[in-house]
Design a protein around this ligand. Sequence first.
Ligand SMILES: Cc1cc2nc3c(=O)[nH]c(=O)nc-3n(C[C@H](O)[C@H](O)[C@H](O)COP(=O)(O)O)c2cc1C
Length: 179
Amino acid sequence: MKTLVIVVHPNLEQSKVNKTWAERLKQEEGMTLHHLYAQYPDFKINVEKEQQLLVEHDRIVFQFPFYWYSSPALLKQWLDDVLSYGFAYGSASSKLQGKELLLAISTGGPAEAYESSGRNGYTMEELLRPFQATANLCGMSFLSPFLLQGVLGMEEAKIQESAEAFVSYLKSQKLQTAK
Ligand SMILES: Cc1cc2nc3c(=O)[nH]c(=O)nc-3n(C[C@H](O)[C@H](O)[C@H](O)COP(=O)(O)O)c2cc1C
């Protein structure tokens, strides 16, 4: 299983969670880390290179902080450019058919804010539907996301613990697909 972890954080130096996760994942074999903002600060994406990376891996992970109930902007640009007709979907079979998509997300809001009766009024499952629909269209399995919630002011030790949990999660033999 070759895993591509696409890290999408506009300011990784200031990051606590996503930086810790990325540094921990770097120690693992069989994982390619790809820092999208470092690669494309001007948002000019090398589509061929990105598509090649996708083809070479079995599991694709989008790792990002939750921004305005979605991902930071560069991931949207990446989706628009890289998942093109004829490559990711269309008349011919998708080049992504049978691959897995996993989201790993940190949210400032705590888990209870993402219950139907909570402050945000919508669950993470509902808010992440566009990613799930994208995976479906491309013939990918959409795995249950890995979430760390309520991260604002979270103790360093808890963030480190979550990095270990993230690695274990990625190494689980059989990850569940999301409902
Ligand atoms: C522009 C912006 C938008 C944000 N929007 C949300 C949001 O919609 N929901 C939420 O729970 N947290 C939101 N946050 C908080 C981030 O999710 C939080 O700071 C991040 O997960 C921390 O990860 P890091 O330490 O890797 O930066 C937002 C933060 C920023 C800067």
